[in-house]
Design a protein around this ligand. Sequence first.
Ligand code: SF4
Ligand code: FES
Length: 274
Amino acid sequence: MSESKTIHFRIRKFNPETDPAPSWKTFAVPFAKGMTVLDGLHWIKRNQDTGLAFRYSCRMGVCGSCGMLINGRPTLACNTQVAALKAAMVVVAPLPNFHTVRDLVPDLTPMFEKHQAIRPFILREDKGEMDAPTAEFYQTPHELEEYLQFSFCIRCGACMAACPTMATDRDYPGPMPLAQAYRYSADSRDGGFAERAKAVDRKSGVFSCHFGSECSAACPKGVDPAKAIQLMKRRLVFDYLRLFKAKKPCGGVHGQRTTGRREGIPEAPEYTIK
Ligand code: SF4
Ligand code: FES
Protein backbone atom coordinates (compact mmCIF):
# COMPACT_ATOMS: atom_id res chain seq x y z
CA MET A 1 0.00 0.00 0.00
CA SER A 2 1.62 3.33 -1.01
CA GLU A 3 1.64 6.36 1.28
CA SER A 4 -0.62 8.41 -1.03
CA LYS A 5 -3.43 5.90 -0.88
CA THR A 6 -6.71 6.33 0.89
CA ILE A 7 -8.20 3.70 3.14
CA HIS A 8 -11.89 3.52 3.91
CA PHE A 9 -13.12 3.09 7.46
CA ARG A 10 -16.70 1.82 7.88
CA ILE A 11 -17.76 2.53 11.44
CA ARG A 12 -20.81 1.48 13.42
CA LYS A 13 -22.38 4.54 15.01
CA PHE A 14 -24.91 4.34 17.81
CA ASN A 15 -26.06 6.57 20.61
CA PRO A 16 -28.57 4.49 22.62
CA GLU A 17 -30.00 7.68 24.14
CA THR A 18 -31.01 9.26 20.83
CA ASP A 19 -30.77 6.71 18.00
CA PRO A 20 -33.52 4.16 17.38
CA ALA A 21 -30.96 1.74 15.88
CA PRO A 22 -27.26 1.57 14.98
CA SER A 23 -26.16 2.90 11.58
CA TRP A 24 -22.95 2.64 9.54
CA LYS A 25 -20.88 5.55 8.25
CA THR A 26 -17.94 5.36 5.83
CA PHE A 27 -14.92 7.69 5.97
CA ALA A 28 -12.04 8.09 3.52
CA VAL A 29 -8.80 8.35 5.50
CA PRO A 30 -5.32 9.11 4.10
CA PHE A 31 -3.08 6.10 4.63
CA ALA A 32 0.32 6.54 6.24
CA LYS A 33 2.99 3.90 6.73
CA GLY A 34 2.78 2.36 10.21
CA MET A 35 -0.78 3.64 10.72
CA THR A 36 -2.84 1.74 13.27
CA VAL A 37 -6.62 1.47 13.37
CA LEU A 38 -6.52 3.76 16.42
CA ASP A 39 -4.55 6.35 14.37
CA GLY A 40 -7.28 6.19 11.72
CA LEU A 41 -10.01 6.76 14.32
CA HIS A 42 -8.11 9.78 15.67
CA TRP A 43 -7.82 11.21 12.13
CA ILE A 44 -11.56 10.77 11.60
CA LYS A 45 -12.34 12.42 14.93
CA ARG A 46 -10.04 15.37 14.17
CA ASN A 47 -11.13 15.90 10.57
CA GLN A 48 -14.55 14.39 9.83
CA ASP A 49 -16.59 13.39 12.85
CA THR A 50 -15.74 15.16 16.11
CA GLY A 51 -18.52 13.26 17.87
CA LEU A 52 -17.06 9.81 17.18
CA ALA A 53 -16.72 7.97 20.51
CA PHE A 54 -13.98 5.41 21.20
CA ARG A 55 -11.89 4.52 24.23
CA TYR A 56 -8.10 4.43 24.43
CA SER A 57 -5.28 5.40 26.77
CA CYS A 58 -1.76 3.96 26.42
CA ARG A 59 -1.66 3.51 22.59
CA MET A 60 0.80 0.65 23.10
CA GLY A 61 -1.22 -2.51 23.84
CA VAL A 62 -0.86 -2.28 27.59
CA CYS A 63 -3.95 -0.65 29.15
CA GLY A 64 -6.62 -2.79 27.46
CA SER A 65 -8.89 0.22 26.74
CA CYS A 66 -9.15 0.09 22.95
CA GLY A 67 -10.75 -3.33 22.42
CA MET A 68 -13.11 -3.33 19.44
CA LEU A 69 -14.29 -5.53 16.58
CA ILE A 70 -12.00 -4.92 13.58
CA ASN A 71 -12.86 -6.65 10.34
CA GLY A 72 -14.84 -9.21 12.31
CA ARG A 73 -12.15 -9.90 14.89
CA PRO A 74 -12.17 -8.66 18.51
CA THR A 75 -8.77 -7.08 19.15
CA LEU A 76 -6.93 -3.88 20.13
CA ALA A 77 -7.16 -0.86 17.81
CA CYS A 78 -3.76 0.49 18.89
CA ASN A 79 -2.11 -2.86 18.20
CA THR A 80 -3.61 -3.40 14.75
CA GLN A 81 -1.71 -2.04 11.76
CA VAL A 82 -4.03 -1.04 8.93
CA ALA A 83 -1.60 -2.50 6.35
CA ALA A 84 -1.57 -5.84 8.18
CA LEU A 85 -5.33 -6.18 7.64
CA LYS A 86 -4.68 -6.47 3.88
CA ALA A 87 -8.17 -5.14 3.17
CA ALA A 88 -9.51 -2.19 1.20
CA MET A 89 -11.96 -1.40 3.99
CA VAL A 90 -11.48 -1.30 7.76
CA VAL A 91 -14.81 -2.23 9.34
CA VAL A 92 -14.99 -1.23 13.00
CA ALA A 93 -17.73 -2.01 15.54
CA PRO A 94 -17.88 -2.20 19.35
CA LEU A 95 -17.01 -5.47 21.11
CA PRO A 96 -19.90 -7.96 20.87
CA ASN A 97 -21.35 -9.54 24.04
CA PHE A 98 -21.38 -6.13 25.77
CA HIS A 99 -23.95 -3.34 25.72
CA THR A 100 -22.80 -0.27 23.80
CA VAL A 101 -22.34 2.98 25.70
CA ARG A 102 -21.85 4.87 22.43
CA ASP A 103 -20.32 4.18 19.00
CA LEU A 104 -17.22 2.02 19.67
CA VAL A 105 -17.38 2.17 23.47
CA PRO A 106 -18.58 -1.05 25.14
CA ASP A 107 -19.90 -1.15 28.69
CA LEU A 108 -17.33 -3.39 30.38
CA THR A 109 -18.98 -3.14 33.83
CA PRO A 110 -20.33 -6.74 33.85
CA MET A 111 -16.85 -8.07 33.03
CA PHE A 112 -15.24 -6.17 35.89
CA GLU A 113 -18.00 -7.21 38.31
CA LYS A 114 -17.43 -10.87 37.40
CA HIS A 115 -13.69 -10.33 37.74
CA GLN A 116 -14.20 -8.90 41.23
CA ALA A 117 -16.36 -11.88 42.17
CA ILE A 118 -13.48 -14.35 41.73
CA ARG A 119 -11.36 -12.29 44.19
CA PRO A 120 -8.41 -11.53 41.87
CA PHE A 121 -5.67 -11.26 44.45
CA ILE A 122 -3.66 -13.53 46.74
CA LEU A 123 -5.79 -14.93 49.57
CA ARG A 124 -4.13 -16.35 52.68
CA GLU A 125 -5.10 -17.24 56.19
CA ASP A 126 -2.08 -15.56 57.74
CA LYS A 127 -3.54 -12.10 57.26
CA GLY A 128 -0.98 -10.55 59.58
CA GLU A 129 1.79 -11.66 57.21
CA MET A 130 -0.17 -10.24 54.26
CA ASP A 131 -0.65 -6.86 55.90
CA ALA A 132 2.84 -6.57 57.39
CA PRO A 133 5.10 -9.16 55.76
CA THR A 134 8.17 -10.21 57.66
CA ALA A 135 9.82 -11.83 54.62
CA GLU A 136 9.46 -12.43 50.89
CA PHE A 137 7.23 -15.20 49.55
CA TYR A 138 9.65 -17.23 47.49
CA GLN A 139 8.66 -19.25 44.42
CA THR A 140 10.62 -21.65 42.27
CA PRO A 141 10.72 -21.03 38.48
CA HIS A 142 8.48 -24.08 38.12
CA GLU A 143 5.89 -22.56 40.49
CA LEU A 144 6.02 -19.29 38.57
CA GLU A 145 5.42 -21.12 35.28
CA GLU A 146 2.17 -22.55 36.68
CA TYR A 147 0.43 -19.19 36.33
CA LEU A 148 2.79 -16.74 34.57
CA GLN A 149 1.19 -16.59 31.11
CA PHE A 150 -2.27 -15.98 32.64
CA SER A 151 -0.91 -12.96 34.50
CA PHE A 152 -0.24 -11.16 31.18
CA CYS A 153 -3.98 -10.40 30.83
CA ILE A 154 -4.75 -6.68 30.39
CA ARG A 155 -8.57 -7.05 30.85
CA CYS A 156 -9.31 -5.82 27.32
CA GLY A 157 -12.43 -7.98 26.91
CA ALA A 158 -11.51 -9.36 23.46
CA CYS A 159 -11.85 -12.94 24.73
CA MET A 160 -15.26 -12.13 26.25
CA ALA A 161 -16.41 -10.74 22.89
CA ALA A 162 -15.22 -13.85 21.04
CA CYS A 163 -16.80 -16.35 23.45
CA PRO A 164 -19.83 -18.26 22.03
CA THR A 165 -21.02 -19.19 25.55
CA MET A 166 -21.07 -15.50 26.53
CA ALA A 167 -23.24 -14.82 23.49
CA THR A 168 -26.00 -17.09 24.79
CA ASP A 169 -25.59 -16.95 28.57
CA ARG A 170 -25.07 -13.55 30.22
CA ASP A 171 -24.69 -15.24 33.61
CA TYR A 172 -21.55 -17.12 32.48
CA PRO A 173 -18.46 -15.49 34.06
CA GLY A 174 -16.57 -15.52 30.75
CA PRO A 175 -12.98 -16.37 29.80
CA MET A 176 -11.20 -13.45 31.47
CA PRO A 177 -12.61 -13.88 35.02
CA LEU A 178 -12.35 -17.68 34.80
CA ALA A 179 -8.75 -17.53 33.61
CA GLN A 180 -7.94 -15.17 36.47
CA ALA A 181 -9.67 -17.51 38.95
CA TYR A 182 -7.23 -20.18 37.81
CA ARG A 183 -4.26 -17.78 37.71
CA TYR A 184 -4.59 -16.98 41.43
CA SER A 185 -5.54 -20.52 42.47
CA ALA A 186 -2.45 -21.87 40.69
CA ASP A 187 -0.18 -19.47 42.57
CA SER A 188 1.82 -21.30 45.24
CA ARG A 189 1.45 -18.31 47.58
CA ASP A 190 -2.35 -18.46 47.47
CA GLY A 191 -4.81 -20.40 49.62
CA GLY A 192 -8.09 -19.13 48.15
CA PHE A 193 -9.08 -21.98 45.85
CA ALA A 194 -12.11 -23.04 47.94
CA GLU A 195 -13.44 -19.51 47.98
CA ARG A 196 -13.02 -19.07 44.21
CA ALA A 197 -14.54 -22.49 43.59
CA LYS A 198 -17.79 -21.19 45.12
CA ALA A 199 -17.82 -18.34 42.58
CA VAL A 200 -17.13 -20.44 39.47
CA ASP A 201 -18.50 -23.94 40.20
CA ARG A 202 -22.21 -23.17 39.80
CA LYS A 203 -24.99 -23.15 37.23
CA SER A 204 -23.73 -21.15 34.21
CA GLY A 205 -20.26 -21.43 35.72
CA VAL A 206 -16.94 -22.84 34.55
CA PHE A 207 -18.45 -26.13 33.33
CA SER A 208 -20.59 -24.20 30.79
CA CYS A 209 -17.42 -23.72 28.72
CA HIS A 210 -17.49 -26.14 25.79
CA PHE A 211 -13.87 -25.47 24.83
CA GLY A 212 -14.43 -23.65 21.57
CA SER A 213 -11.11 -21.82 22.25
CA GLU A 214 -12.27 -18.70 20.42
CA CYS A 215 -11.12 -16.75 23.49
CA SER A 216 -7.53 -17.91 23.16
CA ALA A 217 -7.50 -17.24 19.41
CA ALA A 218 -8.68 -13.66 20.05
CA CYS A 219 -6.33 -12.71 22.88
CA PRO A 220 -3.92 -9.96 21.72
CA LYS A 221 -1.53 -10.71 24.61
CA GLY A 222 -1.01 -14.40 23.89
CA VAL A 223 -2.89 -15.51 27.01
CA ASP A 224 -4.63 -18.89 26.71
CA PRO A 225 -7.85 -18.50 28.74
CA ALA A 226 -9.32 -21.71 27.26
CA LYS A 227 -6.43 -23.66 28.78
CA ALA A 228 -6.89 -21.97 32.16
CA ILE A 229 -10.59 -22.87 32.12
CA GLN A 230 -9.86 -26.54 31.40
CA LEU A 231 -7.23 -26.58 34.18
CA MET A 232 -9.76 -25.02 36.55
CA LYS A 233 -12.30 -27.72 35.65
CA ARG A 234 -9.67 -30.41 36.26
CA ARG A 235 -8.74 -28.92 39.61
CA LEU A 236 -12.42 -28.81 40.66
CA VAL A 237 -12.96 -32.45 39.65
CA PHE A 238 -9.80 -33.58 41.45
CA ASP A 239 -10.84 -31.56 44.47
CA TYR A 240 -14.29 -33.19 44.41
CA LEU A 241 -12.69 -36.65 44.21
CA ARG A 242 -10.33 -35.67 47.04
CA LEU A 243 -7.32 -36.41 44.85
CA PHE A 244 -5.57 -33.38 46.26
CA LYS A 245 -5.08 -32.79 49.94
CA ALA A 246 -5.82 -29.27 51.10
CA LYS A 247 -3.12 -26.96 49.87
CA LYS A 248 -1.15 -24.88 52.29
CA PRO A 249 0.10 -21.63 50.82
CA CYS A 250 3.83 -21.14 51.09
CA GLY A 251 5.18 -19.10 53.96
CA GLY A 252 7.63 -16.27 53.88
CA VAL A 253 10.67 -17.29 55.83
CA HIS A 254 13.85 -15.32 55.27
CA GLY A 255 16.28 -17.14 53.02
CA GLN A 256 14.44 -20.46 53.16
CA ARG A 257 13.07 -22.18 50.08
CA THR A 258 9.30 -22.64 50.51
CA THR A 259 6.96 -24.02 47.92
CA GLY A 260 3.46 -24.67 49.32
CA ARG A 261 2.92 -27.19 46.53
CA ARG A 262 -0.07 -29.50 46.59
CA GLU A 263 0.58 -33.16 47.19
CA GLY A 264 0.17 -35.33 44.11
CA ILE A 265 1.97 -32.93 41.79
CA PRO A 266 5.59 -33.69 40.93
CA GLU A 267 8.05 -31.46 42.74
CA ALA A 268 10.03 -28.89 40.75
CA PRO A 269 13.72 -29.57 40.18
CA GLU A 270 15.96 -28.39 42.99
CA TYR A 271 16.53 -24.66 42.89
CA THR A 272 18.53 -22.57 45.32
CA ILE A 273 17.49 -19.01 45.95
CA LYS A 274 20.54 -16.80 46.22
S1 SF4 B 1 -7.30 -12.98 28.37
FE1 SF4 B 1 -6.48 -11.80 26.62
S2 SF4 B 1 -8.31 -11.19 25.46
FE2 SF4 B 1 -9.02 -11.80 27.50
S3 SF4 B 1 -9.13 -9.88 28.65
FE3 SF4 B 1 -7.11 -10.83 29.04
S4 SF4 B 1 -5.75 -9.87 27.53
FE4 SF4 B 1 -7.84 -9.48 26.83
S1 FES C 1 -4.84 2.18 23.98
FE1 FES C 1 -4.06 0.90 25.59
S2 FES C 1 -4.25 -1.09 24.81
FE2 FES C 1 -4.83 0.15 23.12
